[in-house]
Write a protein that binds this ligand. Sequence first.
Ligand code: HSE
Length: 369
Amino acid sequence: MMKDVGFIGWRGMVGSVLIERMIKKKDFQNINAIFFTTSQYGKSILFPNLKNKYIKLQNAYNLEKLFELDIIITCQGSDYTNKIYYKLRKIGWSGYWLDAASNLRTSKNSVIVLDPVNLKLIEQKLNMGIKTFIGGNCTVSLMLMALGGLFDNNLIEWIFVSTYQAASGAGAKFMQELINQMKYIYQNISHLINDSFNILEIEKEISNKMNSSNFPKDNFKVPLINNVIPWIDKKMDNGQTKEEWKGQFETNKILNLDQIIPVDGTCVRVATLRSHSQSFTVKLKKNLSINNIENIINSHNKWVKIILNDFNDTINFLTPSFINGKLDLPVGRIKKLNIDKNCFSMFSVGDQLLWGAAEPLRRMLKLLI
Ligand code: HSE
């Protein structure tokens, strides 16, 4: 019998990417999909790509309705999860809960899913009766997909990463704000752009405009355009941000390691719309050649792609603008470091909305059905 699968938060950004991927992969043919809403229940809407018919939206807060489901998949966010998950479990709901939000990742009874990396753990936990499966943090999932071969072979001593995270990681309204910031600057300085413009004058004017009280920055609090923001999420006691803290916690939870692999870094928001980049310093347990490192990385999964360490390949294929909307995970700039023969550095790019959010959940749903 087909499983009843409830979708919550499916019209948000991550949810939309999930639905798009599921339509493309024909996943809806194998499930009975029921669509929920937190605000418009009772309303019927056309779902053109899916069934070419009207579907009636159900109330996402109706516990009785949710109780009937075999699987719930939510991209609605942490507030919804906090409001509903515990209540549902308390009244005895024993279905599978799949979640893009971060709050259940630290729970003992959850697994962070990234099946190309931890399928064995997922299967083991399924056999143990675990029913709560959570998508990982975007930078962590993208890092594990990129460095999976080295983790699998137990070659990593520690990792330091500097991230270049797109506005999409913060949400749709942050992306809108970045675009509004671009618009604001252009509208205010376009009169200065002509055949012989004075670049210092324009730069000064842009800086002035960025500091003006009308500049759109309700979400980011400061300009992101023409700027970088070296802070993502809240402050932890040890000086890390929560985004930086997740690096070590989630990596080790996903890999289910006995001995912790230290992961640390600096997480930075940059003025790109979609796709996160990361610059790694990796300390290996032994001195491996570049060739060896590349072969091990390349053999881990079919999405990781080694980019030649030269100018043309790097600027064409190792950038967010090339990778947006693609599942490929290019890694490049791989080189040994002067500081230690066991260290190498690497740059990676990945679509934050695909492998960083929707795709691991889609694949987990597929495993369940
Ligand atoms: N926390 C990430 C970011 C989102 O802010 O970019 C992906 O999990």
